[in-house]
Design a protein around this ligand. Structure first.
Ligand code: NAD
Length: 473
């Protein structure tokens, strides 16, 4: 990885946008408005650490677009957080939501800290203070801006956020909808934890089921037997590995912060996770070989490479060495624009982040809807469906004189639980988004890659909602 980047992350998003905008007919002023970050809140606040020291915390919340409200996007805790990065991630959220038809504008938050260097108590103080700052400036609320987890944050941080918000906004009946990615007990939805990884799986499965696309890559259709490499064994990487493995793919290599391992006959992500928990590292996993550097995993031969850690991990320097046939961008912005161009030339299919990792925001949307409706999915209809199915089954058995086997009976009678509905909604969303992007590419063969087609899809949808708002008549 080179240290000198010719473009900032936000500039690389703008470059991709401009490239795609040429394939649309929208007026240049409207395109400028779509690209711009509407509201930027850069803050500094003091927090007293466990040892009595006062640390000034640098943090951001950026709302890229309010063409639909609320705005939506995760909060990351990382020392790499800066305004440019948060702006880029906020704009990707706008495009992502548009592509998967989630009716939100894009936003993103970031706190410049390394969670590893803070105690849980310090992290709680930082998170609560950050939330209070957002409330003060009206930058959070179920109808304004709804954060979610991202790199370095999870359910615990979302609990602190909702609790702080509720204590500052007593009586707000919809307050649980001020943040998503909450634990179930705090108003979370079943299926949120695995949503991004499962969405990546559904998106790639759909691509792998497209015969002409696979033929071009010299691959057979389907997931079964495909070799997969995953970078990052965090929330997204872990669930990517799990769903691909469960559907017959072979996870030949996994890379983490501390190193990378290779195992030709496949790695079980849960066993590796437990190994890491016990030893503090993914290295020395039984039956696997340690690689010299964690970046080496990106350059091994495989069918599908899944970067699921950080941005800009593949650039002009290492892209020529990448041997994967498909790159599934589970992380946000893992490729630089130069890497992208190299892959187009090499005929490697890049399935872009801005829609592929939309599973998290899609299920966040379901969580938000659940919070606003104050009822668990499936609660009203599950028993009714089961009674109805039992009745139909009895009638069929009575009329035919045959009995249905116990396994089939259970399957037919089953009424949908929350998890079934969430997974089904996510599957539908990812399949539709994949097909829409592929249709854009088919309709205009001069569009060079899936990322550009995804941007075209996003630009068209956001532009239409601006014109519908009457802002650009
Ligand atoms: P996470 O913090 O749970 O996991 C990230 C993992 O990457 C960590 O285990 C970390 O140790 C590892 N890592 C860091 N540097 C590495 C390196 N150089 N090589 C290999 N591994 C490294 O974060 P996450 O939620 O899984 O997010 C990962 C990416 O996916 C981010 O780009 C995020 O923006 C994106 N994303 C997350 C979600 C979500 O729902 N969590 C949704 C959409 C996109």
């Amino acid at each position: 990885m080179s240290s000198q980047k010719p473009y900032s992350f936000f500039q690389s998003v703008e470059r991709s946008f401009d490239k795609a905008a040429k394939f649309t007919q929208w007026e240049s002023g409207l395109l400028e408005q779509i690209k711009a970050c509407n509201s930027i809140y850069s803050m500094r606040f003091p927090v007293k650490m466990d040892d009595g020291r006062i640390e000034v915390i640098e943090a951001y919340r950026i709302q890229h677009s309010q063409h639909k409200t609320p705005c939506k996007g995760g909060i990351r805790f990382s020392m790499a957080v800066n305004q440019d990065e948060v702006m880029a991630l906020a704009s990707l959220m706008t495009y992502k939501c548009a592509i998967v038809n989630v009716p939100f504008g894009g936003a993103k938050g970031g706190i410049k800290i390394s969670p590893r260097n803070h105690s849980a108590y310090e992290l709680e103080k930082i998170t609560r203070r950050y939330t209070a700052e957002l409330v003060k400036k009206n930058f959070i609320g179920p109808g304004i801006d709804v954060p979610a987890p991202d790199y370095g944050t999870g359910e615990r941080e979302m609990s602190w956020i909702v609790d702080t918000y509720q204590s500052l906004k007593p009586g707000d009946i919809d307050s649980a909808g001020c943040v998503t990615g909450k634990p179930i007990t705090q108003g979370g939805v079943r299926g949120r934890r695995e949503a991004t990884g499962l969405g990546v799986f559904f998106g790639i499965r759909e691509v792998c089921n497209m015969e002409p696309v696979m033929a071009k890559l010299g691959l057979k259709t389907g997931i079964e037997g495909k070799t997969v490499i995953v970078q990052g064994l965090g929330n997204v990487g872990y669930f990517c590995a799990k769903f691909f493995r469960e559907h017959g793919a072979i996870i030949v290599s996994i890379a983490e912060y501390e190193g990378a391992i290779y195992k030709a006959d496949g790695i079980n992500e849960e066993e590796l996770f437990q190994h890491r928990k016990a030893t503090g590292s993914i290295l020395n996993f039984p039956g696997a070989t340690n690689l010299a550097k964690n970046g080496d995993a990106l350059e091994l031969a495989c069918d599908i490479l899944i970067p699921a850690a950080l941005e800009n991990v593949i650039d002009a320097e290492n892209a020529p060495n990448v041997k994967a046939k498909i790159i599934a961008e589970a992380a946000n912005g893992p490729l630089t624009p130069e890497a992208d161009e190299i892959f187009v030339e090499k005929g490697i299919l890049v399935v872009p982040d801005m829609y592929l990792n939309a599973g998290g925001v899609t299920v966040s949307y379901f969580e938000w809807l659940k919070n606003l409706s104050h009822v668990r999915y499936g609660r009203m209809e599950k028993r009714f469906t089961e009674n109805m199915n039992a009745h139909i089954l009895n009638q069929i058995e009575g009329l035919t004189g045959k009995t249905v086997g116990p396994k089939d009976k259970e399957f037919i009678m089953h009424g949908a639980e929350e998890i079934d509905l969430v997974h089904s909604g996510l599957e539908e969303t990812m399949i539709n988004a994949t097909r829409e992007i592929m249709e854009i590419m088919e309709a205009n063969p001069t569009i060079p890659d899936m990322r550009t087609a995804a941007y075209v899809s996003a630009i068209n949808k956001v532009a239409i909602s601006y014109t519908e708002l009457g802002i650009f008549p």
